[in-house]
Design a protein around this ligand. Structure first.
Ligand code: AMP
Ligand code: GLY
Length: 423
């Protein structure tokens, strides 16, 4: 099978590496890809959000499958467009990707079907949202843009003034455009966060091994939110008891609810959970593999990923047994100095071989924001590399990943020293 993967970050690199392990995998393509992905697949200069361009590329390459990884093209209907052109695609249709595309949709779905989540109200008028925040008088107040906002649409406000600013920037200044036309104001929850990605064919749901993301930029969970500064799998807070409870009260009910709504979800459904003192709650749904969760989850997958993708498209996931290795996995993200704010690009990366990896090492370096120039690599994004290790214990995996990260250098490189070690 020749396959085109849509996207160009660390997640896509991890997906490509896993697909490459399949004996049935033919030529791998990626659009747009990045410097490291170019060592594993043929990269094409088509933007991940360019639906017409991607359909044309898939046709021209005559691929057997397109794997759409990022949220924007899924929400915008890339899978629908590919299928309409007769090209098999992996990922949810737009009417199911709305689970990530609209927080109002997902919150209302959870309310209607009794799926545990934070209490909330929806507003389309700034004054009403603020009147509600004031009347509640509870801080932090959580204010969320309805639509996609580059992962920055959730604002935690410590007082009324901050809430006023948040509502102004989302609803009046429209910093995220139409995404801020409506906002969700919700209850602030506490507890460890868990990411659970799950394969689903619209009926059956099979959760993958759990992961923990570290979203804040600096050690000790300080600083601004980022796309994710590192991950570990399994999540140390998530045991069998939590998994069983979530299966019964969250995972299966969500998949059933979407089917009942006439929006069967086929693809990877990401549950962002918080283990509150009152039990697990859904913080958010994503309609795709997480980044950088994928970088620690897929290396643990034993079953052929292509067999799973086939089973999902043919809606026979129930028949397939999915196996995982028992080892732990850790990913340390090396970012550009300044990220998630502004940063320099085009800085040479030292310590990688011509394949973008470390020679004679069990470490995998997933490339997130790099560019290849001759035999060397340059920084080309905020998150640059995900240095990833698998080992018998989490401690060993972390030691190995940190040992390897120490040998990779670029100007102003920044990475957290406490991945897998906080709380
Ligand atoms: P999201 O962009 O939806 O992943 O949210 C970003 C982060 O905001 C989450 O990972 C949580 O840490 C935090 N967050 C979102 N909703 C809540 C909530 N209701 N209570 C506390 N923290 C929240
Ligand atoms: N790491 C969180 C996400 O992919 O949204």
């Amino acid at each position: 099978m020749d396959i085109l993967v849509v996207g160009g970050g660390g997640r896509e690199h991890a997906i490509i590496r896993k697909l490459k392990e399949s004996p049935r995998c033919g030529t791998l393509h990626c659009a747009p890809g990045n410097g490291g992905i170019a060592c594993d697949a043929q990269c094409h200069d088509v933007a991940a959000t360019d639906i017409d361009g991607m359909v044309a590329l898939a046709r021209r390459l005559r691929v057997d499958l397109v794997f759409v990884a990022p949220d924007d093209p899924l929400v915008a209907g890339m899978v629908d467009a590919l299928e309409a052109a007769g090209i098999p695609a992996f990922g949810p249709h737009a009417n199911a990707a709305v689970l990530e595309g609209s927080k109002v949709f997902s919150k209302d779905l959870m309310k209607r079907y009794g799926i545990p989540t934070a209490e909330y109200e929806v507003f389309d008028q700034p004054e009403k949202a603020l009147a509600y925040v004031k009347a509640k008088g509870r801080y932090p107040a959580v204010i969320k843009a309805d639509g996609l906002a580059l992962g920055k649409g959730v604002i935690l406000c410590d007082n009324y003034e901050e809430a006023r600013q948040a509502v102004k920037s989302l609803m009046e200044d429209k910093v995220f455009g139409a995404s801020g036309s409506r906002v969700v104001v919700e209850e602030f929850l506490t507890g460890p966060e868990v990411s659970v990605l799950a394969f689903t064919d619209g009926k059956t749901v099979k959760p993958m091994v759990s992961a923990k993301d570290h979203k804040r930029a600096f050690d000790g969970d300080a600083g601004p939110n980022t796309g994710g500064m590192g991950t570990v799998s399994p999540n140390p807070y998530y045991g069998e008891k939590e998994a069983d409870w979530c299966m019964e009260h969250i995972f299966q009910p969500t998949v059933d609810a979407m089917a009942k709504e006439g929006r069967p979800f086929r693809g990877c459904l990401f549950f962002g959970l918080m283990l509150t003192p009152d039990g697990p709650r859904v913080i958010e749904y994503n309609c795709r593999f997480g980044d950088p969760e994928t970088q620690v989850v897929l290396p643990r997958l034993k079953t052929d990923l292509l067999d799973i993708l086939d089973a999902i498209r043919e809606q026979r996931l129930a028949e397939l047994s999915i196996d995982w290795i028992d080892e732990a996995c850790a990913c340390v993200v090396m970012a550009s100095g300044g990220y998630p704010g502004s940063y320099k690009k085009g800085l040479p990366i030292e310590g990688l071989n011509r394949d973008g990896q470390l020679s004679e090492s069990d470490i995998t370096v997933f490339h997130a924001g790099t560019k290849k120039e001759g035999d060397s690599f340059l920084t080309n994004g905020g998150r640059v590399l995900g240095v990833t290790a698998t080992a018998a214990t989490l401690e060993e995996a972390l030691d190995a990943a940190y040992g390897a990260a120490g040998g990779i250098r670029f100007e102003n490189a920044h990475y957290r020293r406490d991945i897998g070690r906080v709380e």
